[in-house]
Write a protein that binds this ligand. Structure first.
Ligand code: LMR
Length: 398
């Protein structure tokens, strides 16, 4: 049977880690997969996570099944983190959620839920978007269409073109939006732009579908949720896929949440029962360890404050690295303007290099990045930024 299968190329992002690990150049730099790194290139377990794991080890009394929705306390805590504790949608009891195996699990369950609710639905995704969005959503059978988002020449949002395209989106269709820290381009909607989008969704009746994978990596936990909270105030329905991979550093624990806002309590309940049904027919129930850590941290003031301050340190570090790379490029008389890197936010920015130039950075300098020239800014450090800037200037000069 397997002879019918053709070998597949390595994943565009995950394949980079394999190549990086195999590279013996001591100067190698990993700007590929989006994981946070310290100055020494490590991705450590966060302090509050370590502490919460110790507490869980001492207090956990059962490994029995927990059910398709995961832990109710983790769901409540993460809903409050996303929406803010007093959000009107929470007060109206219109939010439901389930724990999922990472943000990917949430996206995939959402896709199956959408296919069930409206098999003809089209999901509109930004151009560009995260490379795994289309496979995750498309393999559930959904139609995918694109709206313009980022202008590669000016390194800025094409908001007018985005709105013009979204004017055509009809009720029953969905618009996938990055809640903050757009992956791959790092250019986010302003508050005014979120407001214009909310007005358009209200007028046309399409459903926003928010991927919130980097809450806390942009401006702050609350600031980064501005758009999500606004849409949840203004609209009857919303879908949110959220991830704890980055902000809790729980990457391999696969900890995420799918949340929906329903038009009424009754509709929210009916939707939740369908989500549980999709989950049961898929992986039955989510892993518990990661969400138990999150629940422990968010349920304890000391741990929660410590988590927030470590997250703020990570955010500030990335922000300062953005400024440092721009400064180094200017110092090296780079003829291109890279100041946009300091204006963008979150983990990623496009350098705006060609595939050939990216290939040269990998082959000649062992500097790894996605071939779209997306860099994980967190992979820079005070010790490698000079080398990276020198290499960028060199490949631009060829
Ligand atoms: C990334 O975009 O690099 C991360 O979200 C990791 C992944 O799974 O692609």
């Amino acid at each position: 049977m397997f002879e019918t299968l053709e070998a597949q190329a390595a994943d565009a992002i995950l394949g980079l880690s394999i190549a990086y690990r195999a590279d013996t150049n001591p100067a190698k730099v990993d700007l590929g997969v989006g994981v946070y790194k310290t100055e020494s290139g490590a991705t450590p377990v966060m302090r509050a996570v370590k502490a919460a794991e110790k507490i869980r080890l001492d207090t956990e009394i059962s490994k029995s099944y927990i059910g398709p929705a995961g832990s109710p306390a983790a769901n409540t805590a993460l809903q409050q983190l996303l929406f803010g504790a007093d959000h009107p949608a929470l007060q109206a009891n219109r939010v439901r959620s389930v724990q999922t195996p990472g943000g990917c699990g949430a996206l995939r369950v959402a896709a199956e839920l959408i296919a069930r609710a409206n098999p003809d639905a089209t999901v509109w995704v930004s151009n560009p978007t995260w490379v795994n969005h289309i496979p995750l959503l498309g393999s559930a059978g959904l139609n995918i269409a694109e709206y313009p988002y980022y202008d590669y020449d000016s390194h800025s949002l094409q908001f007018d073109a985005m709105l013009t395209t979204l004017e055509q989106v009809k009720a029953g269709d969905l618009v996938l939006l990055h809640g903050c820290c757009h992956n791959p381009c790092g250019a986010d909607l302003s508050r005014q732009q979120w407001q214009a989008l909310a007005a358009l969704a209200k007028k046309n009746g399409f459903t926003p579908f928010i991927d919130m994978a980097y809450q806390g990596f942009g401006e702050g936990l609350n600031e980064d949720a501005y758009g999500l909270r606004l849409l949840a105030t203004e609209l009857p329905e919303l879908i949110i896929a959220s991830s704890c991979s980055k902000n809790f550093g729980l990457y391999r624990e696969r900890t995420g949440m799918l949340a929906i806002v329903g038009a009424s309590t009754k509709q929210a309940d009916a939707t939740l029962s369908n989500i549980a049904n999709v989950v049961r027919g898929n992986y039955s129930m989510p892993p518990a360890h990661g969400s138990a850590i999150v629940e422990t941290i968010l349920g304890d003031n000391l741990l929660s404050n410590d988590w927030q301050s470590e997250l703020a340190e990570m955010r500030e570090r990335i922000r300062s690295l953005r400024g440092l790379l721009v400064k180094k490029l200017v110092e090296k008389d780079c003829q291109q303007d890279f100041s946009f890197i300091a204006r963008e936010c979150g983990m990623f920015s496009f350098l705006g290099l060609s595939k050939a130039q990216v290939g040269q950075l990998i082959a000649d300098y062992s500097i790894y990045m996605v071939d779209s020239s997306r860099i994980n800014v967190a992979g820079l450090s005070h010790s490698n930024v000079d080398y990276v800037a020198t290499a960028i200037v060199a490949v631009l000069d060829v």
